[in-house]
Design a binder for this molecule. Structure first.
Ligand code: PLP
Ligand SMILES: N[C@@H](CCOP(=O)(O)O)C(=O)O
Length: 466
């Protein structure tokens, strides 16, 4: 399988090439040249597969010609062996037609582990094969960082530098990153927002000499491999609820648009998905777009769901590329204007197409707290603030007779203050994280300035060079 850039000015490459390059050189995102699809009979044949086997079946076509299916299968088996639930991504029925799919049974208690545990192994496999080393630069609003650190720590051929917005993650999220003292890991606390961190990462990729010198790669969902590895859990949920013989809708708490894009990708592959509900907090650029074609940047404000405190959703560019009929020139033009003006001009027909499948939903902090309380009182289920937004979106957008699955993207113990305020209960961390608050933290605070961040990245990489 070959991949092309959404902006059309980067050479196509295979899966291993996309994995290692992360962002395309023209600033675009890589997408598959064509979507792999499965027939209804093939989807039926996946019933009863274990999660790692299902994941391998769905991911293998994306790596075709680059990584052999039996290698993908082995890496999936290894990636999910350590998850804390035998079903890996269990479904829990909350009420009539509404389920949650728990994506937080991995090592860092958020959905990012599903992709990141595989990505760390894919990196290792490809780097060994090509006898290379890379520097990962990643931006996090709280969860990607710790999942990436956990997946990459102590890997010989990887150095990882993770940028988080200072003071804007939960304490548990920050400590999960900054208490990992492995020599190949560094944390930078940026004086800014997640969007600043993400812009800094993209600017480092745009600096060709720097990119080459450090052999940069990405772990954010700008890296296609991240999205590919997030597709299987949608398939697992849909198959468990009757697909391909019954349609299913998904409600996804959304920030960078990577998770819900994976659901859309599953639909491209032939999974019968009825509707995709996009849940946002007060940082609601996607909801404003879906409801009224208003994709305009506003300042990011902190919320109870910090991982979704995102102003510009990077992965939207992949959907835009499709909505524009895969016209890379048009996509590049829209993205350039967006960058210059802070407002995206999406043609009316493209917007209508997006709005016919995706439904925007917004919940502010009081609403989120009320939803956590309501779900707990009605069902006994403790939903973290992100998951609560997904559940509320799912209830609001459910179609009669169609099961809705809300994605439980984080464990409630990652956000104990919000849960306690809503329910009076303080969810404990799993025993392996018992001493998280006593562990030594290590991070460096940096200004939101490219030169300073590049200096800190160089310093982190070369001071620990083998
Ligand atoms: C717990 C949680 N929920 C939801 C999201 C939003 O997901 P995405 O950025 O893929 O839209 C994130 C961050 O990515 C997250 O960490
Ligand atoms: N919510 C994320 C932000 C980055 O998103 P990604 O999916 O592009 O890595 C986080 O928690 O870090």
């Amino acid at each position: 399988m070959q991949y092309v850039s959404t902006r059309g000015d980067a050479a196509p490459r295979d899966f291993a090439g996309v994995l290692l390059s992360g962002l395309a050189e023209d600033g675009g995102l890589f997408v598959p040249e064509a979507w792999p699809t499965f027939t209804a009979a093939e989807w039926r044949s996946f019933r009863g597969l274990s999660y790692p086997d299902l994941a391998a079946r769905l991911i293998a076509p994306f790596a075709a010609g680059s990584i052999a299916p039996d290698v993908i299968r082995r890496l999936c088996a290894e990636a999910y062996a350590g998850f804390g639930h035998p079903a890996t991504v269990p479904l829990v029925q909350l009420e009539g037609g509404l389920w949650v799919q728990e994506l937080f049974h991995g090592p860092t208690l958020a959905f990012k582990d599903l992709a990141m545990q595989l990505l760390g192994r894919l990196f290792d496999h490809v780097l060994r094969d090509q006898d290379r080393r890379i520097t990962i630069v990643g931006a996090t609003s709280g969860d990607t960082g710790s999942a990436a650190i956990e997946a990459c720590r102590d890997r010989e051929r990887i150095r990882a530098v993770i940028l988080h917005p200072r003071g804007r993650t939960s304490e548990v999220q920050r400590r999960q990153m900054t208490t990992v003292l492995s020599p190949n890991i560094a944390n930078l606390a940026v004086e800014g927002t997640f969007d600043d961190c993400q812009d800094l990462v993209k600017a480092m990729f745009a600096d060709a000499p720097f990119r080459e010198e450090l052999s940069l790669s990405a772990v954010n969902s700008i890296n296609w491999a991240r999205v590919a590895a997030q597709i299987p859990y949608y398939a697992a949920a849909a198959i468990a609820l009757g697909a391909p013989d019954r349609e299913v809708s998904f409600a996804v708490p959304t920030g960078n648009f990577g998770n819900v894009l994976a659901a859309w990708a599953a639909r491209q592959m032939g999974l019968p998905v009825a509707r995709l509900m996009v849940g946002s907090n007060r940082n609601d650029i996607l909801t404003r777009f879906l409801r009224g074609n208003d994709m305009s940047v506003r300042p990011v404000e902190p919320s109870l769901s910090p991982s979704m405190d995102i102003g510009v959703s990077s992965n939207f560019e992949r959907l835009l590329f499709e909505l524009l009929g895969r016209d890379a020139g048009a996509c590049a033009q829209v993205m350039r204007n967006f960058r210059d003006t802070g407002r995206m001009d999406v043609p009316d027909a493209a917007w209508r197409e997006a709005a016919s499948l995706f439904e925007g939903f917004r919940l502010d902090d009081p609403g989120t707290e009320a939803e956590i309380r309501r779900v707990h009182a009605a069902t006994g289920y403790l939903a973290d603030p992100h998951t609560a937004i997904g559940i509320a979106a799912g209830r609001a957008g459910a179609l009669p007779g169609v099961p809705t699955v809300a994605m439980a993207t984080a464990h409630p113990a990652k956000f104990p203050d919000a849960i306690e305020a809503a329910t009076g209960l303080r969810p404990p961390l799993p025993p392996r994280l018992d001493d998280l608050y006593e562990r030594e933290e290590r991070f460096r605070t940096v200004a939101n300035r490219l030169s300073e961040v590049q200096g800190a990245v160089r310093n982190a990489v070369f001071s620990n060079a083998a």
